[in-house]
Design a protein around this ligand. Sequence first.
Ligand SMILES: [Fe+2]
Length: 150
Amino acid sequence: MDIFEQIKQDHEKARQLATQIEALSDADVTKREELFARFREELLLHAHSEEKAFYKPLERFEDTREEIGHAYQEHEEAETLANRLAEMDAGSPEWMTLFRKLRQSVEHHMQEEESEMFSQAHKVVDDNDAEAMAEKMEEFKEDERETEAA
Ligand SMILES: [Fe+2]
């Protein structure tokens, strides 16, 4: 698997979880909290490992630098929103309003990655690089999971 497939796989996971969360009613707070905790954890793991394995090497190239700078900002926004949601009462209507906002901004970001960013990245990353990046991304995820568990 290469980095492009791996990122898309993570995106699909996020989309599915977000759909499940939105389908729950305000009364189903426990399930909502549980699914959101997973969503947030996956989001942060994905964003952090993607930055290390994919954004960082791509920053070196003129072709991708600007797009990457923009993407870092979007990660930061998503992380801020996700952290705010984690502090809020998950049974409140305000929670769902903010969750929808997070979902929209994450969806926008994922679409930009899968289109503009990927096509620019393909110009500077060959097949070997793309596979090595995927391995790195997995390693970074493992490291972060271990740090959290410790
Ligand atoms: Fe991303």
